[in-house]
Design a protein around this ligand. Structure first.
Ligand SMILES: [Zn+2]
Length: 148
């Protein structure tokens, strides 16, 4: 936005007192609007979002939020579709104990930390899941995988 265009659009005179300040304020407003619009465009609607659960980052770390990526075709984003193709079952491991399939499961299913053999594979950080994990640790049969 140049000086003359702003004057034309607002009817202000470029020599008016406060002209430059008003133009700067206007530029800031425009930037804010553009930022919001951009954010809305990149954040897809929840119905378009991948159905995979993730470990989470920041304040959501260990709380299993939904993947923020857009679905590609089916229920999942490109990366999770690949995992889900192996298996949609959470806490599944390869023979060497590494992760297999949709590790954190789906967002429409409850959090799962134990695998089918009763081994703790994911130690979720929600109050509820931590309590379950800590209870289980006191039992003699307690077993955990390589990521716990
Ligand atoms: Zn995903």
């Amino acid at each position: 936005m140049d000086k003359d265009k702003f004057a034309e659009a607002t009817g202000w005179n470029t020599t008016d007192k406060g002209y430059n300040l008003a133009m700067e304020q206007f530029k800031i407003q425009i930037n804010l609007v553009e930022t919001v619009v951009k954010k809305e465009r990149t954040q897809c609607h929840s119905e378009d979002r991948c159905m995979a659960r993730t470990w989470g980052t920041g304040i959501n770390k260990g709380h299993g939020p939904q993947c923020s990526h857009k679905r590609c075709g089916g229920d999942y984003c490109k990366a999770h579709a690949k995992k889900a193709y192996e298996s949609e079952e959470p806490c599944l491991t390869n023979p060497d104990g590494t992760k297999r399939g949709l590790w954190c499961g789906r967002i429409d299913k409850p959090l799962v930390g134990l695998d089918a053999a009763g081994v703790w594979q994911i130690r979720w950080l929600t109050d509820d899941m931590l309590e379950k994990y800590n209870d289980s640790r006191r039992h003699p049969g307690f077993k955990k995988g390589r990521y716990v």
